[in-house]
Ligand binder design. Structure first.
Ligand SMILES: C=CC1=C(C)c2cc3[nH]c(cc4nc(cc5[nH]c(cc1n2)c(C)c5CCC(=O)O)C(CCC(=O)O)=C4C)c(C)c3C=C
Ligand SMILES: [Fe+2]
Ligand SMILES: [Fe+2]
Length: 369
């Protein structure tokens, strides 16, 4: 690539900021007519979450579940055994059943799952925050590991805007191969095909970051203050994974346990009125225990009347929190003798939630910005 030609009128000192100077440089480039367009010097931030179906009817649900459940990072069962189970059993019934569940939480105004609405807003707010700090130098986009918007076009979009350094931000406070690693795999797969590969960083898990723990504590205090009761017990419920993933070295369980402990300590909540549980069990294998639904039932049966559940592992409310925790588990509790139940929302795009995202992004851009 040929060098940037600076016209004499271009005065770097006079530029208001480094970002403005970069912008001015883009505009000042003079290239031969057959030279490819060169855009560089910007930083990209790609916020990545899990994904959600395009619609709640059979075929979109089936496509989403097939992509998700075909991922070897999610289901580690050998393919010869898993393929017939997935195609001949699960994909026959689950799309319809789960489609009905998605109907209960669907954002009808935008015709999309809440995970998409919230992730988009998080990215837009992060972009607005970075604009204040760095002008147009940083571009924020968002993508989903499964479904739309896909990771590869999002990376291409960042490159097209001149981002030659990209920060990937998997929106999972606790690392698991089934979530953070597979999101990065998808990004690296896209980078494999690129001639001019950007420099890439990956934001690490933030399960014990004081900014995250304080944001969770602040959000919980606010939500608890709105209730007309004080919970006898608080459950911190995390998405489960098969127990064998823990035994094979996935740090997810330990990171969930640490988040839960730090949150309780920060709130000063009594140990005997706080629990760590795991939800969303899938299939016949043993998953991380104790299971949320069995715990909720057991507590109600033992006479606990007032219960609150919070899901610190989800950066955005979704099917697993709105339908499973606030819907199914509320019903289990009330059906077994419980009286007052509260589901406390995720950090989402709230002030507390954005504090965490802005902090993680700013920290990981250090040295680049
Ligand atoms: C079957 C294996 C699964 C593993 C392992 C798993 C891990 C895992 N998942 C999340 C976060 C989310 N999962 C969501 C939905 C969902 N999860 C599974 C399966 C596994 N997840 C399925 C099949 C589904 C789809 C719904 C269903 O059929 O039950 C969601 C919600 C997406 C939405 O659209 O709202 C999230 C978020 C984590 C954090 C995790 C392990 C660490
Ligand atoms: Fe899941
Ligand atoms: Fe552990």
């Amino acid at each position: 690539m040929n060098e940037i030609v600076q016209p004499s009128s271009f005065d770097v000192e006079a530029a208001r900021s480094h970002a403005d100077a970069r912008e001015a440089q883009f505009r000042a480039v003079k290239l031969p007519s057959d030279h490819p367009q060169v855009k560089a010097g910007r930083l990209g931030v790609l916020i990545m979450n899990l994904g959600t179906p395009e619609a709640t009817s059979y075929w979109p649900m089936r496509a989403y579940l097939k992509e998700f459940l075909s991922d070897k990072r999610v289901i580690e069962t050998p393919r010869w055994l898993w393929w017939p189970i997935l195609n001949l059993i699960i994909l026959q019934t689950r799309p319809k059943k789960k489609g009905r569940d998605y109907d209960l939480i669907w954002n009808k105004e935008r015709n999309e799952g809440p995970l998409k609405t919230i992730t988009r807003s998080q990215a837009e707010q992060a972009q607005a925050h970075l604009k204040q700090i760095a002008g147009d130098r940083v571009v924020v986009d968002w993508a989903m590991r499964y479904g739309q918007p896909a990771v590869k076009p999002a990376l291409e979009n960042l490159l097209a805007q001149g981002c030659d350094r990209i920060l990937l931000v998997p929106m999972y406070p606790q690392y698991s191969a089934a979530t953070s690693a597979t999101a990065c795999d998808k990004a690296f797969e896209a980078l494999m095909t690129m001639r001019w590969q950007p420099s890439v960083r990956v934001a690490p898990p933030y399960h014990d970051d004081p900014v995250y723990i304080d944001a969770l504590a602040d959000s919980m205090r606010k939500e608890l203050a709105k209730l007309d009761f004080e919970p006898e017990m608080i459950l911190t419920s995390f998405h489960g994974v098969p127990r064998k993933y823990l035994l094979q070295g996935d740090p997810y369980h330990c990171q969930c346990a640490k988040t839960s402990r730090l949150l309780r300590e920060t709130l000063g909540w009594p140990k005997e009125r706080w629990m760590l549980t795991f939800q969303s069990r899938f299939g016949p294998d043993e998953w991380l225990q104790p299971y949320t639904d069995e715990t909720v039932k057991g507590l109600a049966e033992k006479g606990v009347k007032r219960l609150a559940i919070v899901a610190p592992g989800f950066s955005a409310d979704c099917l697993e929190t709105l339908e499973e925790l606030d819907g199914e588990n509320r019903e289990i509790f009330e059906h077994n003798g419980g009286e007052k139940f509260a589901y406390l929302p995720c950090l989402n795009d709230s002030e507390e939630g954005m504090r965490v995202i802005d902090h993680v992004v700013a920290r990981e851009l250090q040295g680049w910005l």
